[in-house]
Design a protein around this ligand. Structure first.
Ligand code: NAD
Length: 541
């Protein structure tokens, strides 16, 4: 039943604020609770964007948007839909990183669920406290590796909230179906133990079998409470991320965006780059700085794409090289390599530095995913430009402060020949009268569409092949107007279109792989579009 009066105004999914009509005000006990003039959504939007633009500090903009989301979700999502280029960098990277760092200080009201290591045996009861019964989309973190910022414990909640906001804004997954969750197992970040505003458990991180038991209880409780749910694992530390992903990928509909979503968006960027420099995927040699979730995930999908083009898996792996904190990842390196690096340990001489590795290997593509800023130096970019007519250089570490180099540096040091993308946005660069628009390799191009597709056909599983198809679909949507300014991704203004196309391609793939549980619609794309939530007010009376 529709709530009335102040209860209706306090419900962000139903609230329309000053847009309630005269009839609704009379029938729903709102008369007198609102200023007399009725403002349609269009006029509310004008006020909201003016208020947003009046704030100069990105964190103030974030706080403004969070409180709007807590008041009136329709207006919030409409604002993002109308002004995606301004809104996405605020609700997600880079500003969300700052919001997580200062989560305790800017905390206003609860959003999502907190499950802690003290709740063992009671997770089902906690899920039952969530008011919406039909949850379809959960984004869950344990806060151990937030963006490139490290262990932020319970402050990491900003990430599931932000990502679910993007699911709704960019792919039309209904906000009613979305549930952000933080599993708070403590933090090993000493600063947070001393932070008087810290909102989480003040204890060291739970690890080992007790941690695994908590995750197991979480998965089984979620499956029982919401049988059709898709779980997105988010910003787990890499000792847990790979294990959890592989342990549960067939047990519950799930994926890890940091590994698979990143991989897909980076591959799309490479494919877009090859449209610019005329290269072939199978001729590429990739050098990564950083061999974590993002780096090895990108290499895995590159291998899958190369195999699809007829290369053997072993040969494709030989084209992926990694420099991590210890130097080049090679077989002869002393010490035990983490499991996810083993397939990429090359039979070659050890090299200690990135610069030397660039010199010896002469890669076509250099990808920064180490979270260590300023590591693509002038010399390194110049060398890449010396060995390649149009090198591909992606500085993917987030937030902006962690980027391996700036867009301006990359274009300047390569005399405008580089094909550049970054994890966080950089402004347009003008060099010798030519305009360069750096693409943002933001996972937002991929995960909302993949998630929507998996939900639309009630897939049993999300597979790597779906992320490969998402990458190819995204690369195909880069238009001549993007390539003209050397941008390897479409603009954010096309994001709902991108998500709809990716979702349709994913549904097609789910049927091909026999994973879809709903019958195949005659027109898949039309079916996907019909499922997308549109932020418009309903007439209640
Ligand atoms: P991770 O912790 O799993 O991996 C980091 C890797 O960097 C590790 O292999 C580590 O050994 C290596 N490393 C650390 N210090 C180094 C140094 N000084 N030199 C060389 N290597 C070093 O983290 P991740 O999930 O792989 O993310 C890494 C970065 O990529 C983060 O900054 C993250 O924000 C960014 N990222 C960007 C996107 C995107 O742009 N779409 C997506 C995901 C992650």
């Amino acid at each position: 039943m529709l709530p009335r009066g102040t209860a209706l105004l306090a419900n962000p999914i139903l609230n329309k604020g000053t847009a309630f009509s005269e009839r609704e005000r009379d029938a729903l006990g709102l008369r007198g609770l609102l200023p007399p003039r009725v403002f349609p959504l269009k006029e509310q939007l004008q006020r909201a964007i003016a208020n947003f633009r009046r704030k100069t500090d990105p964190l103030d903009k974030y706080i403004f948007l969070s409180s709007l989301q807590g008041r009136n979700e329709t207006l919030f999502y409409r604002l993002i839909e109308e002004f995606p280029d301004e809104m996405i960098p605020i609700i997600y990277t880079p500003t969300v990183g700052q919001a997580c760092l200062e989560f305790g200080a800017i905390y206003r009201r609860p959003r999502g669920l907190y499950i802690t290591s003290k709740d063992k045996g009671h997770i089902a009861e906690i899920l039952a406290n969530w008011p919406q019964p039909d949850v379809r989309m959960i984004v869950v973190t344990d806060g151990e590796r937030i963006l490139g910022l490290g262990d932020l414990g319970a402050y990491g909640m900003g990430i599931p909230i932000g990502k679910l906001g993007l699911y709704t804004a960019c792919a039309g997954v209904h906000p009613y179906c979305c549930l952000p969750i933080t599993i708070d197992v403590g933090t090993d970040n000493p600063k947070l133990h001393e932070d008087p505003m810290y909102v989480g458990l003040n204890q060291k991180r739970l690890r080992g079998p007790e941690y695994d038991e908590l995750i197991e209880e979480f998965v089984q409780s979620v499956k029982k409470a919401y049988p059709k749910v898709l779980v997105q694992w988010e910003d787990f530390g890499n000792t847990n991320a790979f294990r959890i992903l592989h342990k549960y990928e067939k047990d519950v509909l799930s994926f890890n965006d940091d590994i698979q979503g990143t991989a897909s968006v980076a591959l799309a960027g490479i494919l877009g780059g090859l449209r610019l420099n005329g290269g072939k995927l199978v001729d590429q040699k990739l050098l990564f700085l950083g061999a974590g979730e993002a780096g090895t995930g990108i290499a895995d999908i590159f291998v899958e794409a190369a195999v699809q083009q007829g290369m053997s898996e072993a040969d494709a792996r030989k084209r992926c090289w990694f420099v991590d904190s210890q130097g080049l990842v090679v077989k002869e390196r002393p010490g035990k390599l983490a499991e996810h690096k083993v397939p990429y340990a090359q039979d070659a001489k050890f090299i200690a530095t990135l610069e030397e590795a660039v010199d010896v290997l002469k890669p076509t593509t250099l990808i920064g995913v180490s979270g260590v800023p300023r590591t693509f130096t002038k010399t390194i970019v110049e060398k890449m430009a010396q060995y390649n007519e149009q090198p591909i250089i992606f500085a993917l570490s987030n937030p902006t402060s962690k980027a391996e180099c700036t867009a301006e540096e990359a274009y300047t040091w390569s005399e405008g020949r580089v094909i550049f993308a970054s994890g966080s946005p950089f402004p347009t660069v003008t060099l010798n009268g030519k305009t360069y628009v750096p693409g943002q390799g933001n996972n937002v191009y991929i995960f909302p569409g993949v998630g929507l597709g998996a939900l639309a056909c009630e897939s049993k599983q999300v597979t790597n092949k779906m992320f490969l198809i998402a990458a190819q679909t995204l690369a195909g949507l880069v238009g001549p107007e993007d390539l003209a300014v050397r941008r390897v991704y479409p603009p954010f203004s096309k994001i709902r279109e991108v998500s709809a196309k990716i979702a349709a391609a994913v549904v097609e793939e789910c049927h091909r792989e026999g994973l879809a549980q709903l019958p195949k619609p005659a027109d898949i794309e039309a079916d996907v579009r019909a499922r997308m939530y549109v932020p418009e007010y309903q007439e209640y009376i």
